[in-house]
Design a protein around this ligand. Structure first.
Ligand code: FNR
Length: 257
């Protein structure tokens, strides 16, 4: 438990020092990291364990706090359904509830977009510009989508087309992304998600490839407040969004935007 805490603290500490452009600009909150001396503590612990009758707790070096900063990652989520009673919107509420503290999730709305036509490219309407600005303002995008006729809904494809244009200003370029979706059927949007992954590849959006998340929505699984009734599903969703947080960190570290 303590080691896990310390490792996490030193991870964040290193992460905080990298100072890549758009993430460093939005740091907030303070925390105490225990990086260097935690490592010394590990060594001391190992040493005393090896010698047997020495009591590790007597020899462990006291942890000294190093001032650090906590990084918040902004994630925009796009819901593929426009339905007022969308189960994918319900899933989104659960994900927002379960997300780790370092993720700041906000919806990027697509309902107001007109149908894309490339004639708009010369003079983008405010809805198209607003979408592109919303995507530009986040560190990553999470797609939460239903499956319509074994593909993503037209509304979502329309939004992606808007965001990808005008040519040369593709909003998804190098934008970390992940995909999840729910349907009442057993394959839980798997086919739609595979097709969406192909589109995101073309748009050069780095994607979290695992875990995949095909959620079969059964009555009462998630309530209107986003509370998940089934413990294993809740844990799965928590793991999914935790992993996305780590993926964003890795993607932005390797490939700063
Ligand atoms: C569907 N539905 C559906 N489900 C599925 O698993 N695979 C599919 O290919 C389709 N196709 C499909 C087409 C159309 C036009 C509709 C309206 C519905 C059922 C779908 O999963 C169900 O309506 C979900 O409730 C849709 O998600 P939202 O809108 O509630 O988030």
């Amino acid at each position: 438990m303590l080691l896990a805490k310390l490792r996490r603290a030193s991870d964040v500490c290193l992460f905080g020092r990298r100072r890549w452009p758009n993430v460093a600009a939005r740091r907030r909150g303070r925390f105490r990291a225990h990086g260097v001396l935690a490592t010394a503590g590990h060594i001391c612990h190992h040493f005393t364990q090896t010698l047997g009758n020495w009591r590790p707790e007597r020899w462990r070096i006291p942890i000294t706090a190093i001032e650090g900063e906590f990084v918040t990652l902004k994630v925009g989520y796009i819901i593929g359904s426009l339905s007022a009673s969308s189960i994918n919107r319900t899933l989104a509420k659960a994900i927002v509830r379960l997300a780790p503290a370092e993720l700041d999730l906000e919806e990027i709305r697509i309902a107001e977009l007109p149908v894309y036509n490339r004639d708009f490219d010369a003079d983008y309407p405010p809805e198209g510009t607003a979408l592109k600005e919303a995507i530009a303002s986040v560190d990553a995008v999470l797609f939460i989508t239903p499956e319509y006729n074994r593909d993503i809904p037209g509304s979502l494809k329309n939004a992606i087309d808007w965001a990808s244009r005008p040519w040369g200003t593709n909003s998804f370029d190098r934008k970390p992304s992940a995909v999840i979706g729910t349907s009442p059927g057993k394959i839980g949007t798997a086919v739609a998600q595979q097709n969406l992954r192909g589109i995101l590849s073309y748009c050069n959006a780095p994607q979290m490839s695992a875990p995949e998340a095909y959620i079969q929505f059964t009555p009462g699984l998630i309530n209107d407040d986003g509370e998940v009734a089934d413990a294993s599903t809740e844990q799965f969703l928590r793991d999914f969004i935790d992993e996305f947080s780590r993926f964003i960190t890795r993607a932005l570290t390797v490939l700063p935007r």
